[in-house]
Design a binder for this molecule. Structure first.
Ligand SMILES: [Zn+2]
Length: 165
């Protein structure tokens, strides 16, 4: 993705209040993020670990989504869970169920979109082999890197559509 600035990110959120947007903790190493290798910017709030954020370009518009981490999704040492964006499987709580409040009236009624995601939201880096978690496994090794990147972007788009739809 194109590098973006902190004010861009704060202005991009579609599903939380202005107050929340102002207070949310941004990644600490913002200036040094590997933008070329990111399909989206995802991070856990350094000051509130149950909060996570995802920011991506959608039709050229920066779109930020706030998420609540609702569970560690780990059902024991040997259980594996798969991220629904990058399809990386992790053991040991490397995947969590996260809930994004929907925008508009649906969100005001408390509707959320639940999605199993890598708990560190480093999907772009797992996809590119830039980051490896213990026990992490990327399936579909027959796909080329371009195909995997295309897939993560399709999955991301459909998630954003569900949140704002
Ligand atoms: Zn992932």
């Amino acid at each position: 993705m194109r590098p973006v600035t902190e004010p861009d990110v704060r202005a991009s959120f579609v599903n939380c209040s202005k107050g929340e947007t102002k207070r949310l903790g941004l990644p600490r190493d913002f200036a040094d993020l590997p933008w070329d290798d990111l399909d989206f910017l995802g991070w856990r709030d350094p000051g509130a670990p149950e909060r996570a954020y995802l920011v991506a370009e959608r039709d050229g518009v920066l779109t930020g989504v706030a998420l609540r981490v609702t569970s560690g999704a780990s059902r024991g040492f040997t259980s594996r869970s798969m991220c629904s964006l990058c399809l990386t499987t992790h053991t040991n709580g490397g995947v969590a169920l996260m809930a994004a409040p929907r925008t508009g009236g649906a969100g005001r009624q408390g509707n959320t979109v639940g999605q199993y995601l890598c708990t560190d939201l480093a999907c772009s880096l797992y996809t590119r082999g830039r980051k490896k978690a213990p026990g992490a496994e990327v399936i579909d090794e027959t796909l080329t890197l371009e195909e995997k990147i295309a897939r993560i972007r399709v999955n991301l788009r459909s998630f954003l559509d569900k949140v704002t739809g």
